[in-house]
Structures are given as structure tokens and as C-alpha cells.
Design a protein around this ligand. Structure first.
Ligand code: ADP
Ligand code: MG
Length: 402
């Protein structure tokens, strides 16, 4: 059996080289063989963990919930225990004790995770409960659709007013949107009056959201308002350990400590840094974990690109600049619209990260290293000839390091 990295290679080998391989084998071993071909990707354990992960593969359920965001995977410490306790009491007595529950904090500190945890836990205990999660932004967009079309208007009302548990993320987005605020107020009241539980999150206290109607501020603050503070060192270490466990890797205590000590910002950053460390460990097997932590956390100085840019961030930015989705970028399609951004991604990943051609290929949907090499060279030539493209690539770079 000949293992091939992808179906393209498999077809080429089968059609062009099957005879040659068969004959060489027979010559070398003196035996007769019937050759088979199969696609078998060579992923090491770490590559799988550090692949595009949540960026592209996070699966949402119909009710909008992420199954992975549970109470089990939520680590509790002094900075979030108030919010955690409030969340638990909502699970135990939905609609009764804290209605609405409003969680607020700076970005990346666990509001969305905790909110989904409540939804998932209620679902587990009451499989029949109707739950709906949505961001305030998609609530707004759906409402705008609803205004334009009577049928969607009916569906919209039904969707949001017939639930037992409504979770609305990032309500600061409602600021200044009067029509949405009006509709949201009505939805809120309908649910509230029939004893349904409402959970909201915001990146600040409702009183600090400018251009939010007073009646909404008063509704939002009328139940339980719980904030989440930035995590202290011990919690940061515990969270890193939890995330490493989820990715089925172990690091030594010193590494956990070094990372947690350096990254004082959000938990999202902490998680991103752990992912970078895992990728870097794979690419630089000789380096010690301490060196790698140093490399990642080294502050970027003025013009020098920082030591390491997360490949996910590069891919995301390329997609944003070319207005395509991550999936389109990594899919097999070869139309011009996606081929160019794909080459730009190949080029930037090659030039700015220590990843090998193989790994870049894996990140970009399982392409082989020769495809990547070709893409990088092709883009270099295009940049030479096309000043607009050069500017675009520079723009992406400055976005990433700017
Ligand atoms: P926010 O909504 O406040 O911006 P998120 O809920 O999206 O933050 O959290 C950012 C990331 O950090 C998520 O991947 C989440 O799983 C993780 N995270 C946040 N708080 C915790 C925690 N206490 N335990 C484990 N993971 C956490
Ligand atoms: Mg959030």
C-alpha cells in the first residue's frame, strides 16, 4: 500500500508511476506485488493540536451553543467565582433567582464561555428546554431582515419569544441602535413576564454603555450583575493546565509558570500563547521550553517583526483583506478569487514563521510541500510585477505587526 498525502498526489502516482514503482519493487525484492494507493495524512500529535482548531472547526448546535464550553472546562478562581456562583444558581433555578443575569468583563475573560456553560448545563438537565443563544449583532441583523419581510418577521418573533432560556452575548453592540433596542425591550419583557430566564453579557457595566436607553439599562441591571476580573497568577496557571489537558499534551511546571507569569492579559491571549508554544515546540525540537517562552513573549521592537506571529492570525488577516472565509481559503477550489489569497497566506507563513513547508501545507488544508513552495515562489514573482499586490501584502503585514 502506498500512502499519499492527498488525493491529487494519489491520482498522479497511480496514473503515472504505478508501473515504475511496481517494477522497481519487484527488481529490488525479487517478489511480485499488486500496488494499492491510499490517502493518509501525516499529522503528528502536535500538529493536530495546533491546527486551525476553533478558528474553523468550532461546531455550533442549532440553538447556537458551543458544546465545548461547559462548567467542567471552566476553571474557577477568585477573579471569576462570583460570576460562576451566579451562573450555577441560574442553572439550579432558571427564571427565579437572578433574572436577568448579566455578566460583564473586559474581552477574553470568559463571559461567553460561562454563558454557554449555563445553556449546555440546562440542556443536559432539561433536554426539552428551548434555548437560544445569539450575539447582539446577529439579533440586530435578523431583526433588520424581519422588518423588510412579514414572513421573516413572524419567524423572528417566534424564534426569540418562544424560548425558555435566552442568551444574548455582547449587548454593548445595541448602543445607538434605537430600533433594535425597541425590539429587544419587547422581547425582553415578553420573556421576563412569563418567567423565562434571560442571560446577557457585556464588555462593560450597562450604566457605562453610552447611547443605551434608560429603560434598557434599568431592565438589564434589574437582576444580578456579576463581573469577571482579570485572572491572578494561580488561576492563569490552572487554566493553562486545563487547556493543555484538553489538547492532550503535558508541559513541565516551569513552562506553565513561565507562560502564566509572562501573559497577564486576557485568557484568550493565554490560550493563544499556549497554542503558539505547542507549534514552536514542534518546529524547534532542540530548543528548551524556556527559550521558546522567551521567544514568544519577547516584545516586538519597532520595525522588526515580532519573533513569532500565530499562523492563525496571519490566515485570518489574509482572509479578511481578501474578503473570503477561512474555509474557502483551505478548500480544494482553484478559482482565481481564492488562489491568490492562498498564495499570499503561503508566502507570509513561510517568510514570517519558523514553520516548515510541510506544516504550512497541513495548516492550509493538507497541501503538500511542493505546492507550498510553488505558491511562495509564484507570489514572489507576482509581487515583483504588481505594485498593487505589493501594497496589499504590506498592508496585511502592518495590520499584523502594526
Ligand atoms: P469573553 O466572552 O469574555 O471575551 P470568552 O468566554 O470568549 O471571553 O473566553 C476566551 C477564551 O478563554 C475561551 O477560549 C475560553 O474557553 C477561555 N476561558 C475564559 N475563562 C476561562 C476559565 N475560567 N476556564 C477555562 N477557560 C476559560
Ligand atoms: Mg465573548
Amino acid at each position: 500500500m502506498v500512502a499519499c498525502p492527498n488525493s491529487l498526489v494519489m491520482e498522479r502516482l497511480r496514473s503515472k508511476y504505478a508501473d515504475l514503482i511496481g517494477r522497481s519493487l519487484a527488481d529490488a525484492t525479487g517478489g511480485e506485488y499488486r500496488l494499492g494507493f491510499e490517502v493518509k495524512r501525516r499529522h503528528s500529535q502536535l500538529e493536530k493540536q495546533a491546527d486551525l482548531g476553533p478558528l474553523f472547526s468550532e461546531k455550533k448546535e442549532d440553538n447556537g451553543l458551543f458544546p465545548a464550553y461547559t462548567f467542567d472546562s471552566f476553571v474557577v478562581g477568585p477573579s471569576n467565582q462570583l460570576a460562576h456562583a451566579a451562573a450555577l444558581s441560574v442553572v439550579n433555578q432558571p427564571g427565579k433567582l437572578h433574572n436577568p443575569l448579566l455578566l460583564h468583563s473586559g474581552v477574553g475573560l470568559g463571559k461567553t464561555h460561562l454563558m454557554h456553560a449555563i445553556g449546555n448545563e440546562v440542556k443536559k438537565r432539561e433536554p426539552k428546554a428551548k434555548i437560544r443563544y445569539c450575539g447582539a449583532e446577529s439579533f440586530t441583523n435578523e431583526m433588520i431582515d424581519a422588518i423588510q419581510n412579514r414572513q421573516t418577521a413572524v419567524r423572528f418573533k417566534k424564534k426569540f419569544r418562544s424560548v425558555d432560556l435566552l442568551l444574548v452575548d455582547d449587548i454593548q453592540f445595541l448602543a445607538g441602535r434605537e430600533a433594535t433596542q425597541e425590539e429587544f425591550f419587547n422581547t425582553f419583557n415578553a420573556l421576563y413576564l412569563s418567567g423565562k430566564q434571560i442571560i446577557l453579557t457585556s464588555d462593560r457595566h450597562p450604566q457605562e454603555i453610552r447611547k443605551l436607553e434608560a429603560r434598557l439599562i434599568s431592565r438589564f441591571s434589574g437582576g444580578m450583575v456579576a463581573d469577571i476580573q482579570p485572572p491572578e497568577l494561580d488561576l492563569r496557571i490552572a487554566i493553562l493546565k486545563q487547556k493543555a489537558k484538553e489538547r492532550k499534551v503535558t508541559l513541565n511546571e516551569k513552562t506553565f509558570f513561565a507562560l502564566a507569569e509572562q501573559i497577564v492579559g486576557s485568557i484568550r491571549q493565554l490560550e493563544g500563547t499556549l497554542n503558539q508554544l505547542l507549534l514552536l515546540t514542534e518546529a524547534n525540537q532542540e530548543a528548551s521550553p524556556e527559550e521558546l517562552v522567551g521567544l514568544i513573549t519577547k516584545k516586538s521592537n519597532s520595525n522588526e517583526p515580532s519573533a513569532f506571529i500565530p499562523p492563525e492570525a496571519i490566515i485570518k488577516e489574509v482572509c479578511r483583506q481578501f474578503e473570503i472565509t477561512g474555509e474557502e481559503l483551505i478548500k480544494a477550489q482553484r478559482t482565481k478569487e481564492v488562489a491568490l489569497p492562498r498564495q499570499v497566506a503561503m508566502y507570509l507563513l513561510k517568510k514570517t514563521t519558523p514553520l516548515s513547508l510541510e506544516k504550512i501545507g497541513n495548516l492550509l488544508g493538507g497541501r503538500d510541500h511542493s505546492t507550498i513552495l510553488y505558491g511562495v515562489q509564484a507570489l514572489e514573482e507576482k509581487i515583483e510585477k504588481n505594485p498593487n499586490l505589493r501594497i496589499k501584502v504590506e498592508q496585511i503585514k502592518s495590520k499584523l505587526w502594526g
